[in-house]
Design a protein. Structure first.
Length: 438
């Protein structure tokens, strides 16, 4: 039996800072009690205090019922606009952005985060600015824009240190660690994660402690020190459970499943992956469901349960296509080609292999001609987006915000896009010519 590894499995806990300034809830096990208490507070709150409560409810639902996050964020937006409450509007749009990011709508998420940033910038809310920069950076990270993500994280870290916000600093240290992990600077990443963990421990933030533990486990796993990886994953899972963070619990469970998978204990890995998928479904987390379905499919494949594997990989493929997630599309096409071959469906196997090759080429090498054709379209799209944003700001008589957006890299530099794209094409062409000569 051939041993096939899932290609996209490791869950990285990327922390997103939210600072409402209302309540601190380190223990999530009582989330529903907290929400019930906030619901009662609606009756006795007015004006800005009422908006703050709606924003807090929206945030509390983030890891329980993401649809309610949107519902209460929209309510907060409507009431903030009626009373001209800029601060409340900023946090409401941040919550709205969290909803769209969770559902895979990155364009809407970015628009909400940018608008949240604008509101905080208007009133000089540095804590809100740092939070929004962190949220935008996490979004850029998910899109593979690591340089842009790191730039925003560094800006956020600078502000958090300036205003002496240890939690904001710890969150951003963690996130910079994630960037270093992606860039394969593992010792540096471990250093950032450990700094983050100790700071969270000092301030008693259990949920974030678990995130840091999960990330430390990821580094040990990458380095092949699996005993330490499992120890940190299990500690993370226990801490997630004690804090009531079921989304984080799913992340740790998934990672434990991966370690077991690599040990070729496919049946045990399946047990953990199915637990993880149940949570992902409950949270309506499409991206996580895609990853977990692919993982389950690979387990069944290695157990020679090919029809079961096909069921889950087709589900993963459909989800990946809906999210335009090329990485998981590549994984799904690859496995489907192997499955159809095992089942004797050679025509279908060849078709999936061609899709795998085409999608892989699109993801990793992008042909020169297509790159050139897309440059002008990308330039025009980014220019139009920036012009629309500037137009909105102009109507709002806050043109100074445009300079701030450019300063923090929230407006796209179209010239930079063209020059970097051309440079990439030249490099790619050289690589392709080298391979042809070989």
């Amino acid at each position: 039996m051939n041993f096939n590894l899932p290609q996209t499995t490791l869950r990285i806990s990327l922390l997103v800072l939210f600072c409402s300034g209302l309540f601190a809830h380190p223990v999530f096990a009582q989330k529903q009690k907290i929400i019930d208490s906030l619901m009662l507070a609606i009756k006795s709150s007015k004006d800005t205090a009422l908006v703050d409560v709606y924003n807090e409810i929206s945030y509390e639902y983030k890891n329980i019922d993401i649809k309610k996050t949107l519902l209460y964020a929209d309510t907060a937006i409507t009431k903030s606009e009626k009373i001209n409450y800029t601060r409340g509007l900023g946090y409401a749009y941040a919550n709205r952005g969290n909803y769209f990011k969770s559902t895979g709508d990155n364009a809407q998420a970015r628009a909400c985060y940018v608008w949240a940033y604008i509101q905080h910038q208007k009133i000089g809310n540095l804590k809100g600015i740092a939070a929004t920069l962190n949220s935008l950076a996490s979004l850029y990270f998910l899109q593979g824009k690591l340089t842009k993500a790191l730039s925003n994280f560094i800006q956020s870290l600078t502000i958090s240190r300036r205003i002496n916000d240890p939690r904001g600093e710890a969150i951003t240290l963690n996130n910079i660690g994630v960037i270093n992990q992606e860039q394969k600077n593992y010792s540096k990443a471990l250093e950032y994660f450990e700094q983050s963990y100790h700071t969270f421990k000092e301030i008693g933030d259990k949920k974030s402690m678990a995130d840091a533990l999960n990330n430390i486990g990821n580094i040990y796993h990458i380095l092949g020190i699996n005993d330490d990886a499992l120890r940190h994953y299990n500690e993370a899972m226990a801490t997630y459970i004690s804090s009531g963070d079921i989304k984080g619990e799913s992340s740790a469970i998934n990672n434990i499943g991966l370690v077991l998978y690599e040990a070729k204990d496919f049946k045990s890995a399946l047990k953990y992956y199915h637990q993880s998928l149940s949570i992902d479904e409950m949270l309506n987390d499409k991206q996580a469901q895609t990853i977990t379905c692919n993982n389950i499919a690979y387990c069944y494949y290695n157990l020679s349960m090919f029809f079961a594997a096909k069921k889950y990989v087709l589900r993963a493929l459909k989800s990946a296509q809906e999210q335009e997630d090329k990485i998981d599309m590549v994984n799904s096409y690859d496995l489907l080609a192997k499955l159809e071959d095992k089942l004797g469906n050679y025509k279908e196997a060849l078709a999936y292999y061609k899709l795998y090759t085409a999608c892989s080429d699109s993801l990793y090498s992008e042909e020169t001609r297509q790159k050139l054709e897309n440059i002008e379209a990308q330039y025009e799209a980014e220019k139009a987006e920036n012009e629309r944003l500037i137009k909105v700001l102009g109507k709002d008589k806050d043109i100074e915000s445009v300079g701030k957006l450019a300063e923090y890299g929230l407006l796209t530099n179209a010239r930079t896009i063209i020059m970097s794209s051309i440079a990439a094409i030249i490099l790619l062409t050289g690589i392709l010519l080298w391979f042809k000569r070989k």
